[in-house]
Design a protein around this ligand. Structure first.
Ligand SMILES: Nc1ncnc2c1ncn2[C@@H]1O[C@H](COP(=O)(O)OP(=O)(O)OP(=O)(O)O)[C@@H](O)[C@H]1O
Ligand SMILES: [Mg+2]
Length: 310
């Protein structure tokens, strides 16, 4: 809990706590209490904590959920603190629903190797970072902890009966509509929402909910629109609002996810924190003033809530 970072909730052992890479989750039956900690993962491993990261991610998510609530219901029930929410517990669909507006990242790498992207054959001669004529839905399987998610085609989703055709159509339609709204709002802030990952869950009555996190720098790639325009003439990569800085630093230390990770100096953690703050300010269009409680007080907020609903 160095520098006031929240690494994890420390709770009595009787509390049913699940730790994801980033979130600590308490199962309350039909609801979940979800605290976004300051943990950061790269190459699918949790490596350190970043000041303000949890609060920034949670506040960005909550604000995006509200901006698309007319398109699809979301899991948020109550905001307990800047980093802790009570959400509706759903059966999460075992798919990462990735939507892409541009040919970049892993999709570009697959394209270069002549492979289809989640079963979609792209037109020949596309250049890196070129926009698609319409955004693409390129799902991946949601694999167990420690294994990498693999792209999956629509045909396979249906032939393996992972989703029914009707549910898959609904997922695609909602994902594209949310992405479209995200793109429009980001544009007004001088940002391009390049690609993002959605998670959906089903309620007991079959209603489809948007769950997990939404349009955060962890789940999405954003470019500064001005740097994208410039990149078309200069060929310099557009300026990105995401975790690339941390990954690049790790790679520069020879770390690619295997073996011991390098010691991460406070300067690097602060530099990553500044990037999260910059992302918050760019996405939200307001300056960032930290509101989250210290780890002890956050734990108290959680314990008081558990006491209240007992
Ligand atoms: N409304 C919801 N109902 C049920 N589960 C949810 C809901 N929202 C999010 N989740 C799940 O909670 C977890 C969020 O935690 P976190 O983001 O730390 O996990 P992760 O490391 O990304 O994924 P995992 O722990 O599954 O490997 C994810 O497994 C996500 O699918
Ligand atoms: Mg997650």
């Amino acid at each position: 809990m160095e520098n006031g970072c929240l690494e994890q909730l420390v709770l009595p052992s009787a509390v049913p706590l699940y730790r994801g890479k980033v979130r600590d989750i308490i199962d309350l039956g039909d609801r979940l209490l979800m605290t976004t900690t300051d943990r950061i993962s790269a190459f699918d491993r949790v490596l350190t904590t970043i000041p303000h990261k949890g609060e920034i991610l949670n506040r960005i998510s909550c604000s995006w959920f509200a901006k698309v609530s007319d398109i699809v219901p979301n899991h948020i029930l109550e905001e307990l603190s800047p980093r802790t929410v009570v959400v509706k517990k759903t059966r999460v669909l075992p798919l990462e629903v990735v939507v892409r507006g541009y040919l970049t990242g892993s999709a570009y790498r697959a394209y270069q190797e002549g492979k289809p992207v989640s079963g979609i054959h792209l037109p020949r001669g596309m250049k890196k970072n070129e926009p698609f004529s319409l955004p693409l839905v390129t799902p991946s399987t949601k694999e167990a902890v420690g294994t990498h998610d693999e792209p999956i085609s629509e045909e396979e989703i249906l032939s393996r009966k992972i989703l029914t055709p009707a549910l898959w159509e609904e997922v695609k339609e909602k994902a594209l509509a949310v992405f479209c709204r995200g793109t429009e709002i980001a544009r007004k802030r001088g940002l391009i929402l390049v690609d993002t990952k959605y998670e959906f869950g089903l309620a007991d009555d079959g209603t489809l909910y948007l769950v997990d996190e939404l349009h955060t720098p962890d789940s999405s790639r954003y470019w500064y629109a001005s740097s994208y325009e410039e990149s078309l003439t200069t060929g310099v990569e557009p300026r990105q609002l995401d975790k690339e800085y941390f990954r690049a630093w790790l790679l520069s230390k020879g770390f690619q996810g295997n073996g011991d990770s390098p010691a991460i100096p406070i300067e690097v953690r602060m530099a990553v924190s500044r990037r999260y703050i910059e992302a918050f300010e760019a996405i939200e269009g307001t300056s960032f003033h930290p509101l989250a409680a210290n780890p002890e007080a956050e734990t108290q907020i959680v314990l008081s809530y558990l006491e209240k609903i007992r």
